[in-house]
Ligand binder design. Structure first.
Ligand SMILES: Nc1nc2c(ncn2[C@@H]2O[C@H](COP(=O)(O)OP(=O)(O)OP(=O)(O)O)[C@@H](O)[C@H]2O)c(=O)[nH]1
Length: 633
């Protein structure tokens, strides 16, 4: 028998993937994902374990837990836990530990490895699953991203066309920014707002709405700049990603090339030994789409997504619009709890009462639970996508919540205005490895690679330089949004940001710096490594000189012929001129000469010509030189 994938085996044996993973864990089998393969022996052991479980038995009695057949006893214990999560085990059936199970008394028949493993597995399941069982699973929320024209819209359309149940009579199908697909593996919610809203605007506002990201890569075009961006966004959000290689129906499609190119961006396909799930699809013919949906469900299963429909409500605005007739229509993704018509919702610093709700098919609904996108009518102002939504029990409570938020915002604004960085903020945690997030933009691939090469050498045990995205060309608004959510600095080499991008960076407080000299960029990285704070400079006294004669120079104007009485003078140092007790000039020493030669520095006891780029210097003036030095923090 050849190797078999975990999810295929689960399907064949009629158990869910989670169950198989638990068995594998109990057997100590290492796997990467549900599409990892298993060898023949492991498959046989699993079959034995499941068969032993299916055989069933009576719950353990006092003193018998280690005497009878441990496999069957503990299997029942696990089954009981499955069926009645809240119920405590009966006193007669103390929770056996894996150790107990595999160590029978001499009187007991020696269990087979399968039985022993079953017992240990069952106990592990019983212990591990008990608390989690109380919160039910929820459907995954998926977003599709990728380079322009690689087929995001087509793929969504195909899924919508084939997987969305026929709309209810009288319902008006309308664009609400999300839809629910019914698949053989259950319900999957797709966010279909354009422009990667889920990962840019929404995440930039601090909300995480997507659980899984599908990165679409056209098989005839491979990895492109926006593919890299999409990958970086998904990675920054720490959500699992699945690569859909689209357009495989095209004659020029080259799936292998895309797979190889994926390894260059550190996404190693499973068939190459990595853990990136790659699914070839065609949004045109539908080929592979079923597999993609299956992988989404498998990934969701692994993520163990849960939400409590009876818990406190929380949601996120996916999109909103103002309809001339209906008024403000906002699509809310319910994340926790349930919302009902008549509830009060608080968004930002406004609130509204839900007058009506429609699902993504346009059908009127009265309530909506977790992972459900609903269009809500009842806000007076259009909320912004990414805004978090809370509920309030009545209008008074809603007003109070808004008042608290206004207060909090003001306090934060005031605090920000007079913010002083704490030592920890400046230095990072003293014990943990500090991550410096960077986005690199350069004129050529060669520059990008050169910079990355230098950066790689700068990493240390204490500091990890995390280049979230490295691309060719000017930084984009997407980069700024990514930087703002990931607190990254954007470093540009030989490319500059457009005015619009700079403006967004300003608004979001993102550091965006351009360099023409590679070593200046590296200096900046050194500065970030040192403490991620603006450097602090302090003025350091250099020396003092007396002006003894004035020299008129045709080009430089008046030069102060001076005698250095203390310290030293340096070109480009700061200069302060005092006449009697009065400071008459402050500026820079633009030139320093000894006789006819330009010099960098002149020491005490020497004469020199000081050019201050100021013609009103007079004999008898005292020039004091100083320089700004960076304070080591
Ligand atoms: N042959 C073939 N063409 C496809 C497939 N998927 C998309 N296309 C075509 O590729 C083009 C771009 O597809 P879209 O779905 O608009 O791509 P997109 O990624 O949504 O593009 P933007 O929204 O502009 O970023 C269209 O002409 C589609 O008909 C496919 O699987 N096979």
């Amino acid at each position: 028998m050849s190797k078999v994938r975990i999810y295929t085996l689960a399907k064949d044996l009629g158990v869910d993937n989670q169950k198989l993973l638990e068995i594998l864990d109990s057997l100590g089998v290492v796997y990467k994902s549900v599409s990892s393969t298993l060898d023949e022996d492991t498959v046989e052991t699993i079959k034995e374990i499941l068969a032993a479980e299916a055989a069933g038995g009576t719950p353990a009695q006092p003193g018998t837990a280690t005497q009878g057949a441990p496999a069957t006893d503990t299997t029942d214990a696990a089954t009981e836990t499955d069926a009645a999560p809240a119920a405590a085990p009966t006193p007669a059936a103390p929770q056996p530990t894996p150790k107990d199970d595999v160590t029978p008394t001499p009187a007991a028949p020696t269990p087979t490895p399968a039985q022993a493993a079953t017992a240990s597995h069952a106990a592990a399941v019983a212990v591990a699953e008990a608390p989690a069982r109380e919160i039910p699973h929820r459907s995954p929320v998926v977003t599709i991203m990728g380079h322009v024209d690689h087929g995001k819209t087509s793929l969504l359309d195909y899924i919508r066309k084939t997987k969305v149940a026929a709309k209810e009579a009288g319902g008006i199908t309308q664009h609400v920014g999300a839809f629910e697909a019914q698949t053989s593996k259950g319900r999957i919610v797709f966010i279909d707002t354009p422009g990667h809203e889920a990962f840019t605007t929404i995440r930039a506002r601090g909300a995480n709405v997507a659980d899984i990201a599908i990165i679409v890569v056209a098989a005839d075009d491979s990895i492109m700049p926006q593919t890299r961006e999409a990958i970086a966004h998904a990675q920054a959000a720490k959500v699992p990603l699945i690569v859909a290689i689209n357009k495989v129906d095209l004659p020029q499609a080259d799936v292998d090339r895309v797979k190889t190119d994926l390894t260059m961006v550190n996404l190693v396909p499973e068939e190459f030994g990595g853990d990136t799930v790659v699914v070839p699809v065609s949004a045109k013919t539908g080929e592979g789409v079923e597999d993609l949906l299956e992988y989404i469900s498998l990934t969701a299963e692994l993520e163990d997504l849960r939400a409590d429909p009876n818990g406190e409500f929380s949601g996120v605005i996916i999109e909103s619009k103002v309809d001339r007739q209906a008024g403000v229509l906002a699509t809310v993704m319910v994340q926790e709890g349930t919302i009902n018509v008549g509830d009060f919702l608080v968004v930002g610093e406004t609130y509204g009462k839900i007058k009506a709700m429609t699902d993504s098919l346009g059908g009127r609904i009265k309530s909506a639970g977790p992972s459900t996108p609903v269009q809500v009518l009842g806000f007076s102002e259009a909320p912004v996508s990414g805004d978090k939504v809370a509920s309030a029990s009545n209008e008074h409570a809603a007003r109070e919540k808004v008042a608290v938020r206004v207060d909090t915002r003001r306090t934060v604004e005031e605090a920000r205005a007079q913010r002083k960085l704490s030592l920890e903020e400046m230095m990072g945690s003293l014990v943990e490895v500090r991550e410096v997030n960077l986005i690199l933009r350069a004129d050529t691939q060669g520059s990008v690679e050169a910079i990355q090469g230098i950066l790689a050498k700068k990493e240390s045990d204490d500091v990890k330089l995390n280049v979230m995205l490295a691309g060719i060309g000017a930084p984009t608004e997407g980069d700024v949004l990514l930087a703002s959510t990931a607190e990254a600095t954007i470093l540009c080499f030989s490319v500059t940001a457009s005015g619009a991008v700079k403006k967004v960076a300003d608004q979001k407080g993102v550091d965006l710096k351009s360099f023409r000299i590679i070593y200046e960029l590296i200096d900046e990285v050194d500065r970030l490594i040192k403490g991620n704070v603006e450097p602090v400079f302090e003025e350091k006294y250099l020396g003092r000189a007396e002006v003894r004669m004035l020299i008129k120079h045709p080009k430089s104007g008046t030069i102060a012929g001076s005698y250095v009485t203390d310290g030293s003078f340096k070109r480009n140092a700061k200069a302060k001129v005092t006449r009697g007790k009065q400071v008459v000039y402050e500026g820079t020493i633009v030139g320093l000469k000894r006789f006819k030669d330009d010099v960098r520095e002149v020491q005490t006891g020497y004469e020199c010509g000081i050019n201050l780029d100021w013609n009103d210097v007079m004999e008898g003036d005292i020039i004091e030189a100083s320089e700004m030095v960076e304070v080591q923090q």
